[in-house]
Design a protein around this ligand. Structure first.
Ligand code: ADP
Length: 356
């Protein structure tokens, strides 16, 4: 399908995300759907014909494909939010305006801290441009396998420190990640969400790519998100981008609640001068942004050498709840839980399917 171009955009069908994942191969009979935005798309007939020809040319002239390519509209093809992750209570996206502000560090530590509070936690690393969760959990070499469960092949998440993990990094060569086009990355993520055996979870955290992208739209269209946490440093350039991110999520078309802001790298305290605070990236920038945009400030995390080191070693500081940093992340997890509970009281989740 990558050899067939959609004349509307010039992209190939795979790139454009137009090939549905419902392909069936039964002997020589192949059937699948192509997804078009509107049922009135003028290119439907010619694209379906080109797709048939491509199968006959590149697979085999023997393939029974004529009449077996059906057409679906985007609306029909999109999984209804609520159908996916039906055994997950709260789905929380972690985002940032720009890269390098500590989004993945905060996500990894939040995930571990939530398990310390007794919750069942899943973590999806959707940061296509720099999937760092495998490193932060020391599972870079893990290769998740699929198992046949209830008649379906399902990917089994890797479990580490009590957190169920899947990362786009398990499936993509990191050097190739930036070459991935929107449609391909979005399809891969849909699979990691819909075709993995996540089981029952209290919290499903998604480490989103920085900024605003197709991936964000895929996630908000695919899942009923409880809300989003935005991570920023207090630096004005980071805050400007964080503000853009907040506006994207609260835009009436997207309409995802902001659960709160996390100010990371809020200050630096040298070990030998424990009472001194140096505001390297500026002071209280995210705190002020939270006040201005009327969103909760979930916490302020200082710059600590141990946070960086433990991230690189794959042992998040939150693993030891008795250390000052461990406690800090427990407090952060606590404020997240409070905000999520508040949301759920105001607007009970609609996507939970109670199993009796
Ligand atoms: P992002 O996911 O936003 O790109 P990362 O979580 O990968 O950012 O963090 C970028 C770098 O900064 C990493 O090397 C990480 O270890 C380090 N880092 C993040 N937060 C802190 C912190 N509070 N103190 C010290 N180093 C930090």
């Amino acid at each position: 399908m990558a050899t067939v171009r959609y004349p509307g955009t010039g992209k190939n069908l795979v790139e454009a995300g137009m090939v549905d994942d419902n392909m069936r191969i039964d002997g020589m009979k192949v059937s699948f759907s192509l997804i078009f935005e509107k049922p009135t798309d003028p290119f439907i007939k010619s694209v379906v014909r080109a797709a048939e020809t491509a199968v006959l040319t590149y697979v085999s002239p023997e393939v029974d494909i004529k009449g077996n390519i059906s057409v679906r509209t985007l609306q029909e093809a999109a999984p209804k939010p609520g159908k996916l992750l039906s055994q997950v209570r709260n789905i929380v996206g972690i985002s940032s305006g720009k890269g390098g502000v500590g989004k993945s560090t905060v996500t990894a530590n939040l995930a571990v801290a939530l398990t310390k509070l007794g919750f069942r936690v899943g973590l999806l690393d959707a940061d296509i441009f720099g999937p760092s969760i495998p490193k932060m959990f020391q599972v870079e070499d893990a290769r998740p396998y699929a198992e046949r469960i209830d008649g379906r092949d399902q990917i089994i998440p890797i479990e580490k420190y009590g957190v169920k993990i899947l990362s786009i990094g398990f499936f993509v060569d990191p050097d190739q990640a930036t070459l991935w086009r929107g449609g391909m990355a979005s399809n891969a993520l849909r699979q990691l969400i819909g075709e993995a055996n996540w089981g029952e979870l209290d919290y499903f955290l998604i480490d989103l790519p920085p900024g605003t992208s197709d991936i964000h739209l895929t996630i908000v269209q695919t899942l009923a998100l409880t809300g989003v946490v935005v991570v920023s440093t207090p630096q004005p350039v980071a805050l400007a981008d964080a503000r853009k991110g907040i506006n994207m999520f609260t835009n009436e078309k997207v309409n995802v609640p902001i659960l709160g802001l996390v100010e990371n790298m809020a200050w630096f305290t040298p070990e030998e001068l424990p009472d001194n605070r140096y505001y390297i990236f500026g002071r209280d920038g995210a705190k002020k942004l939270a006040e201005e945009m009327n969103v909760p400030l979930l916490g302020q995390i200082p710059i600590v050498q141990g946070i960086r080191e433990s991230g690189d070693e794959g042992t998040p500081v939150a693993l030891d709840a008795n250390t000052p940093m461990g406690k800090q992340f427990l407090l952060l997890a606590n404020s997240l839980v409070r905000q999520v509970d508040r949301r759920n009281i105001e607007q009970p989740p609609t996507h939970i399917v109670e199993v009796h």
